[in-house]
Every structure is written in C-alpha cells, then in structure tokens.
Design a protein around this ligand. Structure first.
Ligand code: TRP
Length: 334
C-alpha cells in the first residue's frame, strides 16, 4: 500500500460569485481545515466549461471572483494552495487515461450526473455531451493528480467521490499501486435554504445573499424574504418555524437573540419589520470583516493573480510527479 499522508483536495466551478450557502456549506470548513492539513483548492474552470462551453466569458470572469471569495473568508495562501485547473495539463492527460477504466453506463447511472443532466435539458436537449457525461472522470483526475486523500464535500458530491474511488481501485489493480484512494469528508454543515424558503440557495434561483453583497443589497434582500404568510397584522401570532427571517437569525444571531425573536414572534408582540431590521444588522456585522478583506484584495488584483500563479506552479509540480508514476505504471515512460 502507498504510505498515506492526508491531503485535502477540493474545488469549485467558477460560474459566479459565492453566497452564504457556499460559506456555511463549505468555505467555513475549509478555513478550519487549512490549519490541520495540506490543502489544495482547485478553481475548476475546465469543469465549469462542461456546462458553460457557450459562455467562456462567464467562466473567465468568475475565476477571479472565486479567488476573491476564498481569500476574503480567510483562506490563507501561505497555508492553502489555490490553483487553476486549465493550467495543469496533466489533469487533462490523466482524464484520457482514466476514461478507459469507466463505462458509459456507469457514468449514466451516477446520481449526481443524472440529476444535473435532467436540470440542464435546455442546454443538452435529448443527448448530453461527451464532456459533461465524463466530468466525473475529469474530477477523479483533479483529485488524484495532487494525491488528494480527503475531499470535503456536501452530500450531492458523494457519488463523484465514489466514482473516483472505483477508478483508482481499477487503475491500481491493473497497473499496480500508483494512485491514492480518496475519501469523502462529509461536512456536517447543512444546506442553507434560500430567502424564498426554497430548500436550496442558488444563483439561478435568485434567492441568495452573496458574500460580496453590499449592506444595502443585504437590506433589500432581507426585506423581501419569506415570512409566515398567515401573519398579516403585527399582533397576529407568528410561526418562526416556517419563517426565513427566523431561520437566518439562527445562523447570524446569538442564541439569546434567537430565543427572544422566536418567543416574541409567537406571542405576536414583535412585528416582522423589526425582526428583519435586526437580522439585517446581524448579517451585515457578520459580513463586514469579509467585505473589508475583499476590498483589500480587489484593490490589489496583481497580488491576487500572483497568489493564483504561485499556487498553480506549486500544484503543477505535484501533478507532474503523479504523471511520472502513472506513465511508468502504464508502460508509457518513453
Ligand atoms: N464538482 C464540484 C462542484 O460542482 C467542483 C469540483 C471540481 C470538485 N473538482 C473537484 C470538488 C474536486 C471536489 C474535488 O462543486
């Protein structure tokens, strides 16, 4: 067996700015993990193109935004390596090698891929592209190129990690122990609901609060958030369990404040507007240090690009070493 030193490998598709759902779902966890493990964070621009091939501009612009989001929440470039997928050709090369080890029907059965294809009917029509169907293979290359052993993900990504593990096992059984088999590290953080009460906060759903939203935008969004629809007058008794304002108080306010908010709402002694104003303050207080850091980096775009290039150079060295091992195992070491 290969000697195992835990390495975190994680990635994001650059298709827009990150919102508080990303923050509570994964970013917050990454900031912690970077102190405990060797951490690699991939800006997965090649993967983003699998469903945005007709919009390269969006992907390009989002790369910088994603890096700004990472840095502003506290990813420390001295601890974590942030790099860009398209600048590591070894990932593409590995993808080709791995594609022999996975069947088309296995990819078609991948639950994550299946769901996504169904959601992207408009883009793919009746027949999905080869590239999109195959992105789990490319993601297996993302992970193994850097010897990733722990992949912090939400539940929706589990089938991708499982597929990566299968590819690694198949590779190792045919060509000899060469690749590290990763494990998913399920974040216990829950998925954050949208401002409209939708189970998912998402760009396309228009129900998100972005980490880069200004104080005024946060105010506007919270004022429009879903509250108990049965509550018409201020002294109607409320139901915080179905109110998104109460839900977000749970994330941004102290336990005492949450208790107060809920009991006053239930008693009909607190109006929704007051409750929303208090939440707006809490969210803005929470986001202010993140906004400040973002501003620092926004004013120093060259520094951000340098961080990304340095990270990419460092990551590429590891990928080259992996490629050497892989080519040797596959008898391609000419
Ligand atoms: N598929 C992931 C997502 O949509 C992004 C991603 C790309 C990724 N490469 C990765 C995640 C490698 C973990 C490991 O969020």
């Amino acid at each position: 067996m290969l000697e195992k030193k835990e390495t975190i490998l994680t990635g994001d598709r650059p298709t827009g700015k990150m919102h508080i759902g990303h923050y509570f779902g994964s970013l917050q966890n990454r900031v912690k993990l970077q102190n405990e493990y060797d951490t690699y964070i991939e800006v997965a621009d090649v993967q983003a193109l699998t469903d945005n091939f007709n919009n390269p501009q969006k992907v390009k612009e989002s790369v910088l935004q994603i890096v700004l989001d990472e840095l502003s929440v506290g990813i420390n470039p001295n601890k974590a390596t942030i790099f860009i997928q398209s600048m590591i050709p070894e990932i593409a090369e590995l993808t080709v090698f791995y594609s022999n080890l996975v069947t088309v029907s296995r990819l078609e059965r991948n639950p994550t891929v299946k769901t996504e294809i169904a959601q992207k009917r408009e883009l793919f029509g009746e027949s999905v592209t080869y590239g999109f169907l195959g992105y789990p293979v490319s993601q297996a290359a993302d992970i193994t190129a850097f010897n990733g052993t722990l992949v912090p993900v939400g539940e929706d990504q589990l089938p991708l990690i499982e597929q990566c593990r299968e590819i690694v096992r198949k590779f190792n059984s045919i060509y000899g122990e060469t690749l590290y088999e990763p494990e998913a590290k399920l974040s216990n953080n829950k998925r954050i609901k949208g401002l409209d009460g939708n189970e998912k906060m998402g760009k396309s759903l228009g129900n998100a609060i972005y980490l880069s939203d200004s104080e005024n935008i946060v105010k506007e969004k919270v004022m429009g958030a879903l509250t108990d629809p049965a509550r018409i007058r201020k002294d109607d008794k409320g139901h915080p369990e179905i109110c998104m304002v109460a839900y977000y108080h749970n994330l941004f306010s102290s336990q005492d404040e949450v208790k107060n908010v809920c009991s006053e709402c239930k008693a009909g002694t607190r109006g929704c507007v007051a409750c929303k104003k208090q939440l707006i303050n809490a969210i803005n207080n929470y986001l202010n240090p993140i906004r400040e850091k973002r501003k620092y980096y926004e004013e120093r775009e060259d520094e951000v690009k340098e961080i990304l290039m340095e990270g990419t150079n460092k990551a590429r060295k590891i990928a080259k070493q992996t490629m050497e091992r892989v080519k040797k195992a596959m008898m391609l070491d000419y």
